[in-house]
Design a protein around this ligand. Structure first.
Ligand code: ZN
Length: 343
């Protein structure tokens, strides 16, 4: 017999998939996952970030080609989804657009993990139908592109003032405006998750995405990684994520030339700025757009992440008290080093 049973099973996995430091990456990914599992199983942290943590495990389980990783993500995701469904059985009485959007995000993952709640879905659809694009997205993409006159929350008294305000309505403090990229980023994710779940949150995904060309080219002139850089960078990486349902498929580079150029042109800045969170997003986004693991940029990014994982399996500042930063940076580290079905 020329091919053993093992050879037959192993062959497809030898011919495709990851090529760079595969064993080290697998080990790092599993350590990262263990950190994420500890966060998700902590009742306080789960209470704060339930919907995001469920999507983390659901999305990773769907995207990975590694059977062990898929099994672990699936088991933990299902356990957390069952727990969440028990804690949040109905749509709360005065739920506004932010709560409705967040519940849609959570229900998408809980359903996908095998714990649907059809009555809740129906109620979410009913509530969402009574709310406008401006309420959900901050602007109506059927009328205009992402605007530049939506004020940020007041730094002094933490209140939100209405669009166009230059002064806080409460304390009269000076307000700064959200960048168009930040406004677009939030609207894009809201519309995307709504559409993916089957509930329109103010506008269709296509209505929002038709404004992408108005954001190109992605220009950033700073030297240090500042807020303006992050506004552009996260918009670009998430245009990639919503275009392939969070790493489920490769995308054609020719459809995203401006995004590719920005990512390739700035990856080294993330390394120089010691920012594993953004670096992680750049690596998987470039792979999705067809950059090979043999490319020097991808290898530099992976080398940095492999060399800077914390002892507890996380990435980023291990002393940071903000748990969102801790788990999100770890999530993007896992995303950069894991093996994908399209790999
Ligand atoms: Zn104020």
């Amino acid at each position: 017999m020329l091919l053993s049973r093992r050879g037959l099973i192993g062959l497809p996995f030898v011919l495709r998939g990851s090529t760079y430091l595969v064993e080290r990456r697998r080990a790092a990914v599993m350590r990262g996952l263990r950190f994420l599992i500890d966060v998700a199983r902590n009742p306080v942290h789960f209470e704060d970030y339930a919907t995001d943590l469920m999507f983390c495990f659901y999305g990773l389980a769907e995207a990975t080609s590694n059977e062990e990783m898929r099994r672990v993500c699936w088991e933990v995701g299902r356990e957390r989804a069952a727990y969440w469904r028990g804690k949040v059985p109905v749509v709360p009485a005065g739920a506004g657009p932010v709560t409705v959007s967040d519940l849609v995000y959570g229900c998408l993952s809980a359903d996908g993990l095998g714990f649907p709640n059809p009555a809740m879905k129906e109620e979410l659809a009913r509530r969402a139908a009574g709310m406008s694009a401006v309420q959900f997205l901050g602007f109506d993409p059927l009328r205009e592109g992402p605007p530049a006159d939506i004020p940020k929350k007041c730094k002094r008294c933490k209140k939100w003032s209405v669009r166009g305000s230059r002064q806080c309505f409460q304390c009269k403090g000076k307000l700064t405006m959200m960048s168009r990229y930040d406004v677009f980023f939030e609207a894009m994710l809201t519309a995307y998750f709504g559409e993916r779940y089957g509930i329109r949150l103010g506008a269709s995904f296509g209505d929002v995405m038709r404004w992408v060309p108005s954001l190109r080219p992605y220009v950033w002139k700073g030297r240090k990684l500042d807020a303006a850089f992050y506004s552009v960078a996260y918009t670009v990486t998430h245009i990639v994520y919503v275009s392939n349902d969070y790493d489920l498929r490769r995308l054609r580079r020719e459809d995203f030339p401006a995004e590719f150029d920005f990512l390739a042109g700035n990856l080294r800045r993330c390394i120089a700025g010691k920012d594993p969170e953004t670096l992680g997003e750049f690596v998987d986004s470039l792979l999705v757009l067809g950059m090979e693991e043999s490319d020097g940029l991808i290898r530099e990014g992976m080398d940095y992440l492999l060399a800077h994982q914390n002892a507890d399996g996380s990435w980023g500042d291990a002393r940071d008290r903000d748990m969102y930063n801790r788990y999100h940076t770890t999530w993007t580290g896992v995303g950069a080093l894991m093996e994908y079905k399209w790999g």
